[in-house]
Design a protein around this ligand. Structure first.
Ligand code: NAI
Length: 220
């Protein structure tokens, strides 16, 4: 199976399947039908079947899906069977909040270091790791085989820092800075904008309210 053939829309839905299946597995549930999964996840059963058909189906007619197998396969497709060494650049509000969120480690994202350019923060410990100066970042990335960097710095700083990360062998950037980064093709960037999600919520509130009021003029 070639993962490259799977559309980004399907890939975008896999983490959610993975999360639900992980919960089912933790509850000791061994098998689930597409209908049951559909009820649980509020996604149509046909969407689930279509999504899973992209990588061979995983299910058997009348038997349902094997939860643990499906969980592991989706994890493998997402590349989660490998661990990833991760650093955070920018130890402000957001950087520290992410560093304190333990759950990434459960998924194999190992928090190895946190860096900032503000000397007032050097030495402060977050989850047992001291905030280090940026001058140490490049050698740290090389020596500790860091493959992912999280950017929680102002947008004007992000391009310069990204360039240094690329030069030192980073493979992926989880970018919270509000700027589109230009990086070589072999570097993956995932942009996160929490406000996009909030705007989607605002849209859905409006949409629901105009539907309930029977307002005719609304977007499809
Ligand atoms: P903050 O001001 O608390 O922290 C920023 C930190 O980055 C500071 O400690 C600062 O010293 C450090 N920094 C600045 N330039 C640096 C550089 N070149 N190298 C290393 N460290 C550097 O800000 P906060 O609230 O943590 O937000 C960080 C960034 O994330 C902001 O640009 C903000 O706009 C963005 N943000 C993005 C969100 C999103 O959903 N994408 C949500 C919240 C914030």
């Amino acid at each position: 199976m070639d993962n490259k053939e799977i559309s980004q829309a399907v890939i975008g839905r896999l983490p959610r399947y993975f999360r639900y299946l992980g919960e089912l597995k933790d509850e000791g549930i061994e098998r689930i039908s597409s209908q049951e999964l559909s009820d649980l996840m509020k996604v149509t059963a046909s969407q689930i079947r279509q999504d899973f058909n992209n990588f061979g189906g995983f299910g058997q007619q009348g038997y349902g899906y094997k939860v643990e197998y499906l969980y592991e396969e989706i994890g493998r497709i997402l590349g989660l069977e490998k661990t990833h060494n991760l650093i955070i650049i920018g130890a402000g509000n957001l950087g520290q909040a992410l560093a304190n969120y333990m759950n990434f480690e459960r998924r194999g994202f190992l928090f190895k270091g946190i860096f900032d350019k503000n000397p007032a923060l050097y030495g402060k410990k977050i989850r047992n790791l001291e905030i280090k100066p940026m001058e140490e970042m490049e050698s740290f990335v090389k020596q500790n085989e860091i493959d992912i960097a999280v950017l929680t710095i102002p947008k004007g700083e992000a391009a310069g820092v990204a360039e240094k990360l690329v030069q030192n062998g980073i493979r992926g950037i989880w970018n919270f800075a509000h700027v589109d980064l230009t990086v070589p093709k072999n570097i993956q960037v995932e942009n996160v904008h929490l406000s996009d999600s909030l705007m989607k919520l605002a849209y859905n509130i409006n949409q629901y309210e105009s539907e309930s009021a029977g307002t005719p003029e609304r977007n499809p």
